[in-house]
Design a protein around this ligand. Sequence first.
Ligand SMILES: [Zn+2]
Length: 106
Amino acid sequence: MVKRARKDMAHKTSTRFGDNGINFYDSRSITLDAACRAEGANVTRGRRKDDEFIRYEFDDGSVIIHCTNRDLWDIGYRSCFCWEELGHTDECEKKARAALEGKEKP
Ligand SMILES: [Zn+2]
């Protein structure tokens, strides 16, 4: 996969919070949650197996996902709760591939 330098809202927010996935406060002690909401992110919750997630989707389509029970966040995908850096889970990959091939059920 080709990685490009991006300046979308999720990456800007990530930079603001140290790009490390564990820091939930910026330099002014604003929380990640408050910062994402202030930027107008659409907030959705979900779970997968034992993990619970909050997805912040920004207007430009970029996404930050917070795994609440592990207290980790990272840049994520719009379609699921996987993190970009780790890639999709095998199960998710199958669904994504099926969707790309137009085999996804409505
Ligand atoms: Zn996925």
